[in-house]
Design a protein around this ligand. Structure first.
Ligand SMILES: Nc1ncnc2c1ncn2[C@@H]1O[C@H](COP(=O)(O)OP(=O)(O)OP(=O)(O)O)[C@@H](O)[C@H]1O
Length: 676
């Protein structure tokens, strides 16, 4: 037990899957532990060689956790664990690993090291979790900021709110209850979400794809404008008069921001007649990226807007919050005025952020643990709903004690995938971890709708809804017709906007970049098919779709932005990107950023892309290609769910049964201490 290592190679022989950064991180932290920055501080902790080895391995395990996106390492997770132990294919032990003592011993040891939050060590041990100090502070700051905002009550009266809710959700819009359904089915969760969010300075509206998150939040923004207008002219409520309500709309990527703008514009158009034109004309329609809102400082992790230079907005709406990591979320809160509202939208079942944390899953845990009595009273009054009926919809989980989540509204009914549709059903089975059921659904749908039946001459505009198809790994059999159906026509489009529309219809999604069925190999395979090896130059060709791989703040291009290489009328090959820079209305044409390919930051071809990179995007038809090896470490049900829900109408899946089942049975859980 009492061993440490002479060098990284030795550690690597002992522990599977550790990297140099884990070894040197632990070494650095041990060094910090044995020295004190300031003379006034306590003497370095005196620990035995055996305990030293335990601490060294704890720090390495913490580094491995951070690399996996966890915010911290709960010591219960390594208690008595033979950490880093592995066996080869013959069942022989290939890595001996290191066996940690039990959680109590670990806890006492960490206490002895004086790693409390008030100490000045780079590692913090609080609530039985090990953190690096930076993430500990981000987590505490975020929890504190959210709690403070929840305590700030808004000024509107119940009567005013009730009137607005009644106007936005007139009874005649409700379908009559179906006799066989329970009374809970009468509850309009969109109405609850608006009512629940209108009186709070911090709210989360969570739901799966097409559950009406944007539709609902557009009503919420209208409601806030209506209230603001009323109090702006009232002499009884003390707010600053004659001020407009500044609402900012943001999303983590340019693509997601564009989709948010489009959905809000569409929702506004549908609310004519229901909401007064004056209010509709005040609605914001232009979403931007979070980076743009906060103001990027080149080559710095900090932003122009922070606690010393607050954002001016009174309401901030953030879409696709599952993609936002802990440091970014903490920085957003830091830059907000104390009384401004923050509204978060997202699907907590999707993959967590690429970087550290799982903020949305932490603050929107399922099942909903219910509302406080005060909130239930409020909601039943403004929504004219029976309080016990509403309360009965929550699972009464005694293990959660008296916790309530007044900030949280779930939307449950998907308008895109009806209950009988294949894609919606598959997504639901997958996220519930139902491996066999989901495989059976996939296999049986394929019998009704074989991809071989796809009419390749069919106009790609006419995509049948909700089709599922399971195919094998023989790309020639099933991918060739799809490439011809969707990608071949891009270069022949009359103008760039038609080319972008066609490109948006279909995408191949892979789990990894490398490997036989990875992004790079499939992109090359598709390129060969389309251009018949005629050209293989690096710069590209007319109609080639590209994805930017790194941020270029000067050009306003960001990692994940998708464009097309397109020849201008004078034959010059240029790169086109749809832009969110200009105000959009339903009738205006999309504008493009046009650049010489030689000026672009690093980019790749993007007929195929990783599932991670498609978060925030949707396509009419998605082909998801899973690796042949079932034990792939990136496979998880959240990854499958994210890929499946990118498909609006049609989904083709290439997988074997073992890979599929392994993925559905593996859930992602990120360690974090963020709870509300
Ligand atoms: N109550 C409703 N009545 C009529 N149509 C609705 C209602 N709610 C949502 N819709 C429609 O359902 C579709 C999906 O809604 P919306 O885009 O708001 O969902 P979303 O949850 O934001 O979707 P995504 O997951 O794609 O972001 C839209 O066409 C919207 O107009």
């Amino acid at each position: 037990m009492g061993k440490t290592y002479c060098n990284f190679a030795q550690a690597q022989q002992q522990l599977v899957n550790i990297e140099a950064i884990d070894y040197f991180f632990a070494k650095e932290m041990m060094w910090a532990l044995n020295t004190r920055a300031e003379p006034a501080e306590a003497e370095p902790a005196k620990i035995s060689a055996e305990n030293m080895a335990i601490v060294y391995h704890l720090f390495m395990a913490l580094s491995v956790s951070l690399r996996a996106g966890h915010t911290c390492l709960p010591i219960t997770e390594v208690s008595r664990l033979a950490w880093g132990k592995a066996y080869d294919e013959q069942g022989q032990c290939s890595h001996e690993g290191f066996t940690f003592p039990n959680a109590d011993t670990l806890s006492i040891l960490c206490d002895e090291l004086a790693l409390s939050a008030s100490a000045k060590q780079p590692i913090v041990f609080e609530n039985n979790k090990l953190y690096i100090r930076r993430y500990y502070h981000f987590e505490c700051q975020l929890a504190h900021d959210i709690t403070k905002r929840l305590q700030n009550k808004t000024l509107a009266s119940l009567d005013d709110i009730s009137v607005i809710i009644k106007q936005l959700f007139p009874p005649e819009l409700f379908p009559p209850r179906q006799a066989e359904k329970a009374p809970q089915h009468d509850i309009d969760w969109q109405k609850i979400a608006v009512a629940n969010s209108i009186n709070k300075n911090f709210t989360v509206i969570a739901g799966g794809p097409g559950t009406g998150k944007t539709y609902t939040v557009t009503k919420l923004l209208a409601a806030l404008l209506m209230l603001h207008n009323k109090y702006n002219h009232s002499s009884t409520v003390h707010i600053k008069k004659n001020q407009t309500l500044e609402i900012a709309l943001v999303a983590p990527t340019g693509k997601a921001a564009r989709r948010l703008s489009e959905s809000i514009i569409k929702a506004i158009a549908g609310f004519k007649g229901l909401i007064h034109d004056d209010i509709l004309s005040m609605m914001p329609t232009q979403a931007k990226t979070i980076h743009r809102l906060l103001g990027v400082i080149p080559n710095s992790p900090n932003f122009r807007h922070n606690q010393d230079n607050l954002l001016s907005c009174d309401v901030l709406l953030i879409d696709e919050v599952s993609m936002v990591d802990l440091p970014m979320m903490a920085r957003i809160f830091r830059a907000l005025k104390p009384r401004s509202r923050i509204i978060l939208l997202g699907d907590a079942d999707q993959l967590p952020s690429v970087s550290v944390g799982s903020v949305l899953a932490d603050i929107a845990p399922r099942p909903h643990c219910g509302y406080s009595d005060e909130n239930l009273n409020y909601l039943s009054q403004v929504c004219q709903l029976n309080k016990s009926l509403l309360n009965s919809t929550f699972v009464n989980d005694k293990t959660k004690g008296e916790r309530h989540h007044d900030h949280l509204s779930f939307l449950l009914k998907s308008r895109r995938f009806d209950g009988e549709g294949g894609i919606g059903k598959l997504a639901a089975h997958v996220i519930q971890g139902a491996a066999t059921q989901s495989w059976q659904l996939l296999a049986s749908s394929t019998e009704d709708c074989s991809v071989n039946n796809t009419d390749v001459n069919n106009n790609a505009n006419e995509i049948e809804e909700n089709q599922l198809a399971l195919v094998d790994s023989n790309l020639t059999a099933w991918l060739s017709p799809l490439v011809k159906q969707y990608y071949q026509g891009i270069a022949q489009c009359g103008d760039i906007s038609d080319a972008f529309s066609l490109l948006a219809k279909f995408r191949v999604l892979c789990v990894t970049r490398q490997g036989e069925l990875g992004v790079d190999a499939i992109n090359q395979w598709i390129k060969n098919l389309l251009i018949n090896g005629v050209t293989n130059n690096q710069t590209g060709y007319h109609g080639m779709p590209i994805m930017i791989n790194e941020n270029d703040y000067r050009l306003g291009l960001f990692n994940g932005d998708i464009g097309l290489l397109w020849k201008t009328n004078d034959g010059q090959l240029m790169a086109y990107f749809e832009t969110t820079d200009q105000p959009q209305t339903q009738n205006t044409k999309v504008l493009y950023k046009i650049l010489l390919p030689s000026r672009l930051p690093k980019y790749d071809t993007v007929y195929a892309m990783t599932i991670h990179k498609t978060q925030g995007s949707e396509f009419e038809h998605v082909a998801m290609v899973l690796p042949k090896q079932a034990e792939h470490q990136l496979l998880s049900r959240e990854l499958l769910y994210t890929g499946i829900t990118r498909a609006k109408k049609q989904l083709t899946i290439s997988s074997n049964r073992k890979t599929w089942q392994c993925a559905v049975e593996t859930g992602i859980k990120r360690y974090s201490g963020l709870t509300l």
